[in-house]
Every structure is written in structure tokens, then in C-alpha cells.
Design a protein around this ligand. Sequence first.
Ligand SMILES: Nc1nc2c(ncn2[C@@H]2O[C@H](COP(=O)(O)OP(=O)(O)OP(=O)(O)O)[C@@H](O)[C@H]2O)c(=O)[nH]1
Length: 521
Amino acid sequence: MSETTTTIPPENKRSLLGAVATFLYLIAVSLIILVVWSVWQTRVQTLNQSKGATANLALALSQHASNTILASGTILRNVVREVEKNDVRLTSPHDLHLFLKDTIVDQPMLSNLVVYDAQGKTVANSGSRNSPDATVADRAYFQFHKDSNDRGPHVGGPIVGRLTNEWVMTVSLRLNDPLGGFAGIALASVRVDFFRKYYEKFDIGNFGTILLASDTGELFVRLAQKDVPVGTSIANGPLFNEYRTKGPTGTAMLVARLDNTERLYSYRHLEQYPLIVAVALAKEDIFATWQAQTYQIISITTGLLLLLGMIGFRLVYMITAKDAIEDELRSAKDQLQELNGELETLASLDSLTGLANRRKFDGTLAIEFNRALRNHTSIALIMLDVDCFKQYNDLYGHPAGDECLRQIGRVLREQGPNRATDLPARYGGEEMVILLPDTDRTGAVAIAERIRLAIRELAIVHQANQNGIVTISAGVAACTPQHAEHTAAQLIKAADAALYEAKATGRDRVCSNDVASTSAA
Ligand SMILES: Nc1nc2c(ncn2[C@@H]2O[C@H](COP(=O)(O)OP(=O)(O)OP(=O)(O)O)[C@@H](O)[C@H]2O)c(=O)[nH]1
């Protein structure tokens, strides 16, 4: 029977398991790399978007501050024009007050408009209160205009307005007398609160901040959770360090000293005025959504990795189990083959004598006869029969007869075959045969004679037989088969005829015969 099951050598099984483990490991590592990469990319994107948003807002707020100052400057220019039409010293304070009062209407950013003379004393203001003895000669903006011919607006502060008592940013212009000499200043007080209210409209998260400061570091506005007084100096803080080292615009992640919070700052120095605006989003706010998404992704990835691990274990288990089942099947098949072999042997054996049975003999005779026919070799057959066996049974009983046949069978097994192809068999009853392929008549007769003597040597007592012991008679036939001339049946017939002759001529002897002479007869 041919082997049909495909068996996998153990080293191949090990390498298959190794390949499965490596494959799953690579999938897991790739998944982790992919997740880390995508999480990192999202973080970079989030940071870049925030950088863009804060930079844009800083630009918009710097524009707003510039426009506010520009508008204040335009108003002041009208005042200057009005005052310089005459000498400031000749201007009527009452008329000027009315003019200033008219001018400030519909200007919510301004808390006051004032005209000061060359000594820093108030000529007129837009408000109802006046302090004619008070002087601003000590204020920096007054000193600036006194010392400079510059006719552009000067931005100062933050200061608390003496008349309005509120924090303001000052925008001022120089007044000249007709000869070009210093005649005083016109000043607009821009409410710090105006900026604050505007900044409050923007969403800067829970911990973000917007600030407006002079470029020397004094705060006008700082919109944040923790309140810081107007006028506080942040000149030595990280934002101004950044501004001093990196230039007029920039973006940086900094930790504020005022509240110890890490923020992404975008700052911008106004192009024309000595002011800096900065917008900052807290790192905590920027990455809040990213962090939540990252936790979700990590949970899903962990789930996927666990699933992958379970699939891997299942796969390895299945491969191992398949191997075990294959091993079991193989061993069952081997056992089955062994049993089949045993059954086949049993089916071809005679149970009493242990010789081949009639079925086996018939099959072997057909095969060997054809082989002899093809190869032109001789084939011989010995047919032997126990002498007076009927009397033996009658005398000693059937069981004794069986035992006698068993002993004769053993002699045939031990003495009969010279070669592997020789076949001793029980032909039927107490008749036995020995098939001798590639053996001629002389050789077969010699074997038959040897067996006859060996059975005599058993010396099994048989009172009813001549000599008082069990003997056999044997008929031998042989031939070199020729096509269309000889058959196996003829060989049997010739051997049987020789046996008949042995019996007829006195038993305990071997007679031989030719197949040809038989078929001729
Ligand atoms: N005990 C036993 N006897 C068997 C067995 N097979 C055949 N016999 C007996 O063998 C005897 C054969 O007797 P016969 O054929 O008359 O010949 P014989 O008595 O041997 O006389 P010859 O052949 O002329 O010498 C019969 O009595 C069968 O019953 C067997 O398996 N066991």
C-alpha cells in the first residue's frame, strides 16, 4: 500500500510556527509604529494649527491697536489744527472746551481730550471737570514733545488719568506757536478698558491669554484667568526675552512667570507704535482634544493587539493540534496496516498445521507457474499424504490425529522450503503439498525423500501402519511449462498420480512423474 498522507518534517513545523509568530509580531510592531506615527503627526498638526491661529489673531489685534491709535491721532490732528489757527495763548478755553466736547462725542475709546499749554497746564479738556493748577510738565509724553519737533503722534502710558482716574494709554501731538516754537500739547486718553473689552470677545480657551504692553514691558492689558494689575512690568519675563532675542514677531512655547502656565505665544510689535500684542493658547487647551483622541486610539490599539495575540495563540494552537491529529492518524494508519498484514497472514494460514492454506497455495501456484512459463524455468510440486491415517484416527482418536498432523506440518515448515519462494501448504484433509519454483524433478524428489525420512524420525506410534510408526507417501511432479501445452492443473494431476503410485506400490515412499507423460496419458 502506498503512502498518501503528506507529512511535515518537525523542523518544517518549527519553522512554520516561527513564521506565524514572526508574521504576527511584525503586524503588531507595524500597528504600534503606525499608531505612534499618526498620533505624533496629529500632535504636530494640532500645534501648527494653533501656531497659525495665534499668529493670525496677534496680527489682527496689532491691526486693531494701530487703527485705534491712528484714529486717535486723526482726532488730535483736528484739535491741533483748530488750536494752531490762533496762538494757543489767545484761544478761548471755553470755546476750546466746547470744541473738544464735540470732538469726543461718538469716540467710545477715548476718555478725555486735553490741550495743555507750554507749561503743562490745562487750557481746556473735553470733560466737565478742570484742574487749572495741575500740570503735566513732569509726564514723559510732555517732555518728549517739548524736546522733539516731531509732529507725529506719541504713544505713552499706561498711566492713571488725573481727571478721569482711569487707566489710559496716552496719544499726544505737539502744538507749535506761529514761529514754530513749543506751545504745548494736545492729548487723547485712550481707555485701557476699550482694549480689554475688545479682547474679551475672543475665545482663547480656559487658560489662554491676550496681552497688550509697551515695548518696554509695561502691561496695558493682560487677559487671563489670573488678574495682574495694569502697569505691571513683564520686561524680564520669557516673552520679552524672546522678543529681544528673536525680533519683532515670533511664536514660541513659553512658561509664563506670572501664573507658571505653559502656553504657545504669538507676539507682534506694532509697525509704527511702541506696543507689543501677544496671543497665547495654553498647552493644556491646545492638546486637550488631541489627548482625548490619543487615549481613544491607545485603547482601540490595545484591544486590537489583544485580539491579534488571541488569534496568534489560536493559530499556534490549531497548528500544534493539527500536528497531533496528524500524528494520531499516522499511528492509527500504521496500526491498521499492521493488523491488515496480520489478518492477511491469518487468512492465508491453516490454523491446525501453521502451513499455508489451500487458498494461498492456489494463488501462489498460479503466479509461480506463469513465472516459470515466462522465464522457461522448471517448477516442481510434492504432494504427500499420511499413510493409513483413517486407522490412526480410529485408533488414537481425532485429537491425536490433529496433533500428528501438527507435527508433520512442523517438519514440512522446517525441512520443506530451501528458498524463500518454496511453499509448503495443507492441500486438504491429511494431504499436504510443497510448491518448489525453479526446481527440477530430481531436486524435488530429494526434498520429498528428506521429508519422508524426517517424519519417520518423529517415530509417532501407529500400530495399524506397517513398521508401527507414522509414515507418509509422496508424489513428485515437475515440468518446464510450455505455452498452450502445460497448465498448473496438469502439474497437480501429475503429482497426484505419482502419489497414487506411491500408495499403490506399498506406501512410505516417494514416486515421481512427468507432466508431459501425464498429459499424454
Ligand atoms: N484427525 C484428523 N483427521 C483428519 C483430518 N483431515 C482428514 N482426516 C482423516 O484422514 C483420513 C484419511 O483417510 P483416507 O483418505 O481413507 O486414507 P488413509 O486412511 O490415510 O489411507 P491411505 O491414504 O490409503 O494410506 C480420514 O479418516 C479423515 O477423516 C484432520 O484434520 N484431522
